[in-house]
Design a protein around this ligand. Structure first.
Ligand SMILES: Nc1ncnc2c1ncn2[C@@H]1O[C@H](COP(=O)(O)OP(=O)(O)OP(=O)(O)O)[C@@H](O)[C@H]1O
Length: 340
């Protein structure tokens, strides 16, 4: 049995260049066993490249990654059979019937649960007699997911699985993932899910933890609840006579942990991480008015980070009392996990 704090994936200094461009930059990342972790980031942030290195499909330029305790670059077929990896796009042979997909997927797997395959396929409203070429994008996602989950993976890695799916297919996908992650494997190991996505609303429903990549670096890794608890939004009206730009500069100088400030006309909202007790007071002084503390959704908070105007602020590094010169994941992912 695994230790409770085992990291299902443990990347250390993972770095990848394409020619002279650094796409993944010195990533330290522990994906905790038994949890659902969502990897977020704008287009081109380096999520797919990271996942491909974790799956042993791409060699890192520097750094290492242990995937289920083995170097990702030297995983045996037996080890790989403990891992399910679903790539973007859900490619299936159009001429295959859904039953043939199951037969094809079963080949070479030590375990293949036909009942699970059928249940998931039905959950997506698909008949097994249908040809893949006749399926919608959401249904193709369902078949791909069914074939992957039927092999009973201990670690499931999904690259943007909800890309282009309608709300009903997305709900089926989310329900299937939550249900799958809640069960242990047939040999009683906890299941781990790592998925990259742009759909932050879904993340709130299915993920225990979020990790945010910006320009190849890991900026945040925290539980969803902790992230929400530690970032606060404030709103206030700016006096007509004050200059927006000068107010923003003053806030940047005065407010420690400022993630983002947005002015729409004379209305300002700001996001602050690990806000000091007197932030509302400071903002009130700067704006010479009253300041409201807002309840913010995960979506609003993550988007604030993704579009933030102070790139040097790193979320959890501050908690540990470190002065952060540039974003670094090394002090971010703690949570007490130990690599096996
Ligand atoms: N094989 C490659 N050769 C050259 N550049 C590449 C290659 N693969 C990816 N890149 C570049 O690396 C950067 C990161 O790409 P990646 O696909 O990892 O980002 P992503 O975060 O998954 O993006 P998205 O959310 O759009 O899927 C992009 O600028 C991309 O063009």
């Amino acid at each position: 049995m695994d230790q409770p704090n085992f990291a299902a994936i443990h990347a250390v200094g993972l770095t990848r260049y394409f020619e002279s461009k650094c796409v993944v930059n010195n990533l330290d990342f522990r994906v905790p066993s038994g949890k659902v972790t969502a990897l977020l980031g704008l287009n081109g942030a380096g999520k797919t490249t990271t996942l491909r290195m974790m799956m042993g499909l791409l060699a890192p330029t520097r750094g290492t990654c242990q995937t289920l305790g083995v170097d990702s670059q030297s995983m045996s077929p037996e080890h790989l059979s403990r891992i399910g990896y679903l790539v973007e796009g859900h490619y299936l042979y159009p001429w295959m019937k859904v039953t043939e997909v199951a037969r094809f997927a079963r080949d070479g797997q030590t375990v293949f649960d036909d009942r699970r395959f059928d249940e998931i396929v039905h959950h997506f409203g698909i008949m097994t007699s249908q040809r893949c070429g006749d399926l919608s994008r959401g249904q193709r996602a369902g078949v791909s997911l069914a074939a992957t989950l039927a092999a009973d993976p201990e670690l499931l890695v999904l690259d943007d699985p909800a890309l282009g799916l309608d709300p009903v297919s997305r709900r089926s996908l989310n329900e299937t993932l939550v249900d799958f992650a809640a069960q242990t494997t047939t040999d009683d190991r906890p299941r781990t899910v790592l998925l990259s996505t742009h759909l932050i609303d879904d993340v709130e429903r299915i993920a225990d933890e979020i990790a945010v990549m910006i320009a190849g670096r890991l900026l945040i890794h925290a539980s969803v609840a902790e992230f929400q608890n530690r970032v606060t939004r404030y709103a206030f009206d700016v006096p007509a006579e004050s200059e927006n730009e000068s107010l923003v500069s003053q806030m940047q100088a005065a407010i420690d942990g400022l993630v983002e400030s947005r002015m729409v006309g004379k209305h300002c909202t700001v996001c602050v991480a690990d806000a000091a007790d007197d932030v509302a007071e400071q903002l009130a002084k700067l704006s010479s008015g009253s300041v409201e503390t807002l309840a913010a959704s995960l979506d609003e908070l993550v988007v604030a980070y993704l579009s933030r105007d102070r790139a040097e602020h790193s979320f959890l590094a501050k908690r540990n009392g470190h002065k952060v010169e540039e974003m670094s994941s090394s002090s971010v992912v703690t949570n007490g996990e130990q690599a096996r």
